[in-house]
Design a protein around this ligand. Structure first.
Ligand code: SF4
Length: 193
């Protein structure tokens, strides 16, 4: 089953690489920037969880211990705050580095692009507000991509939104086509009982 999921990931990665390459003038992701991994819920389907745990199994003991400690601390914070929705720093992020990068979830792979939301609107990455992705065309007052700012940049490629919504990418029909099921979806931390 995980082998079939890997085939799906190969297809998805190729697609996302093309999208990121096309949007290159607006993308300021760089190694060491882990803003996307610091305060979210991180939806994970069962197959994604099994896959990330395969990555965990391949990590060295020191890293595994750190991840387990992070999980314990997040669980404790979740128990104490009872916040809904509960957001947290991903337990796999250590010293600003994803320790299971090849095994990361689908949501992690789509971070940073403009996403077409369920209603056909657009979701601009939050880091636009922090001077990162799309900040060169993002109007902070109007909360939208600005055509005036785009024109001033004088570049050919316009900013585009893509259908990389998590619900769409984890549609069971996609899985069936590759011979696997995504299974139940819940926040990453909730997979750790
Ligand atoms: S799995 Fe890796 S990429 Fe995904 S949120 Fe966690 S640290 Fe970030």
């Amino acid at each position: 089953m995980l082998q079939n999921y890997e085939k799906y990931l190969t297809m998805l990665n190729e697609k996302l690489e093309r999208f990121f390459a096309k949007q290159e003038p607006y993308i300021f992701c760089k190694k060491g920037c882990s803003k996307c991994c610091k305060n979210a819920q991180y939806p994970f389907s069962k197959i994604e969880f099994d896959y990330i745990m395969e990555g965990f199994g391949k990590a060295d003991k020191y890293t595994q211990d750190k991840i387990l400690k992070n999980i314990k601390e997040i669980k404790y914070a979740q128990f104490k705050t009872k916040e809904k929705p509960f957001t947290y720093k991903c337990p796999f992020l250590i010293e600003n580095e994803c320790k299971v990068y090849e095994y990361r979830g689908i949501i992690c792979r789509t971070f940073g692009l403009i996403n077409i939301d369920k209603e056909g609107g657009t979701d601009i990455p939050f880091c636009a507000l922090e001077g990162l992705n799309y900040s060169n065309v993002y109007d902070k007052e109007k909360h939208m991509i600005s055509s005036e700012m785009y024109k001033k940049l004088n570049i050919l490629q316009e900013p585009l939104a893509y259908n990389v919504q998590y619900e769409f990418l984890t549609d069971e029909d996609f899985g069936k086509g590759f011979g696997f099921q995504f299974g139940e979806i819940k926040p990453l931390i909730d997979w750790f009982e």
